[in-house]
Design a protein around this ligand. Structure first.
Ligand SMILES: [Fe+2]
Length: 296
C-alpha cells in the first residue's frame, strides 16, 4: 500500500500562461520560482513548490503530487500498482528541485505523481498577494464519489474523514481533515483548490486584498461543519474556484480516531461521521447559486 505523507503541488493547464502567472503571483501570493516557455513553477514564500502551470487548450487540473516516505521503494510500489491493474511509470520531468517521480492515473484520469526528494525553490522571500502557507486540498466533481473514495482508500491509503449524505466525501492522508474531497456531479472536473493561510487575521487581510482588486468573494467568510475550517472562496483568472482557509480540523493520532477538540465542535469528541445534508456550516452565509459552474 502506498503511504502518502502530504500533498505537494497541483498542476494546471491554462490557455493563457501569463494571465495565470499574474493571478498566482499578484493575488494568490506565490513566488514565480522558474519560468520556461510553456511551463511555470510557483512556490510559497517559504520556497515550497505548490503550483505548476502548463500552457494548454483548456483550464484543467491535470495532476497532483504527493510526498511518500524517503525509504519508499518505487520498484516495489510499481509492482503493487501492477497487481491492482494500474500502469505506472518512473520519470524525471525535470521539475525544479524534485527527484524521480512515480506517476500513474487515478480512477478519474488525474495524474498522481509520487516523489520522495525535493528541494526548496526560494528562501523566505517577500510576496505580493495573500501568501498561503501551503496547498491544503483539492476538491473534484466526480460521478461516483463512492468509487473514487474506494480508489483513494484502497490504492493510496487515504482515510475517510466525513461524508455529507452519500454525495460528498472528505479524505485525509495526514493530520489535516481533508487533502482531497469528492462531490457527486455531472461532469468530472475540479470543484475548487484550497490554500492554507496562517490564521483568521491573515484571512481578513486576504479579503481586503481581494476587495482592493475588486475580486468578489463568492462564498464566506464562514466556518464549515466538515473540517471546521474558516473559509472564503473567489474565482481566479480561469474561472476556477479558489478557497483560502485556516483552522482545519487535525487528527494528530489515527489510533485515537478523533480530531483535536476545538471550541466550535458540536460533537464531543469530533469523530469522522456522516453529516445530514442541508446547512452543514457552523456559521456564515450560504454560497451564491452559481458557486459551481459545470464546464460543458
Ligand atoms: Fe475546501
Amino acid at each position: 500500500m502506498i503511504k502518502l505523507k502530504r500533498i505537494g503541488h497541483a498542476t494546471f493547464t491554462t490557455p493563457d500562461l501569463d494571465k495565470a502567472i499574474d493571478y498566482y503571483a499578484e493575488v494568490n501570493g506565490l513566488l514565480l520560482a522558474e519560468r520556461e516557455k510553456n511551463r511555470a513553477f510557483l512556490a510559497t514564500k517559504t520556497g515550497q513548490l505548490i503550483v505548476q502551470l502548463e500552457l494548454g487548450d483548456e483550464a484543467r487540473c491535470t495532476a497532483l503530487s504527493f510526498e511518500v516516505a524517503p525509504t519508499s521503494d518505487f520498484d516495489e510500489l510499481r509492482r503493487e500498482l501492477d497487481k491492482d491493474g494500474i500502469k505506472s511509470e518512473l520519470r524525471n520531468d525535470s521539475v525544479p528541485g524534485m527527484g524521480p517521480v512515480l506517476a500513474f492515473k487515478d480512477n478519474k484520469g488525474t495524474t498522481i505523481e509520487l516523489f520522495k526528494e525535493w528541494g526548496y525553490l526560494a528562501r523566505h522571500a517577500q510576496v505580493h498577494g495573500a501568501g498561503p502557507l501551503k496547498l491544503g486540498h483539492v476538491a473534484f466533481v466526480v460521478q461516483s464519489p463512492q468509487e473514487t473514495a474506494d480508489f483513494y482508500q484502497r490504492i493510496m491509503g487515504f482515510r475517510v474523514s466525513d461524508w455529507i449524505g452519500d454525495f460528498f466525501v472528505f479524505m485525509r492522508c495526514g493530520a489535516d481533515h481533508h487533502t482531497v474531497n469528492f462531490i457527486r456531479g455531472k461532469n468530472t472536473q475540479m470543484h475548487h483548490i484550497a490554500f492554507e493561510l496562517k490564521d483568521f487575521s491573515h484571512l481578513q487581510e486576504s479579503c481586503d486584498l481581494l476587495g482592493q482588486r475588486q475580486t468578489s468573494i463568492i462564498w464566506g467568510p464562514l466556518r464549515h461543519g466538515p473540517g471546521h475550517n474558516i473559509a472564503t472562496y473567489h474565482r481566479n483568472h480561469d474561472d476556477q474556484v479558489v478557497e483560502f482557509f485556516c483552522e482545519m480540523d487535525q487528527m494528530v493520532d489515527e489510533e485515537l480516531g478523533y480530531f483535536e477538540p476545538r471550541p466550535w465542535h458540536h460533537d464531543q469528541p469530533q469523530r469522522p461521521k456522516v453529516w445530514t445534508p442541508g446547512k452543514t456550516t457552523v456559521w456564515g452565509p450560504d454560497p451564491l447559486p452559481d458557486f459551481h459552474r459545470d464546464r460543458d
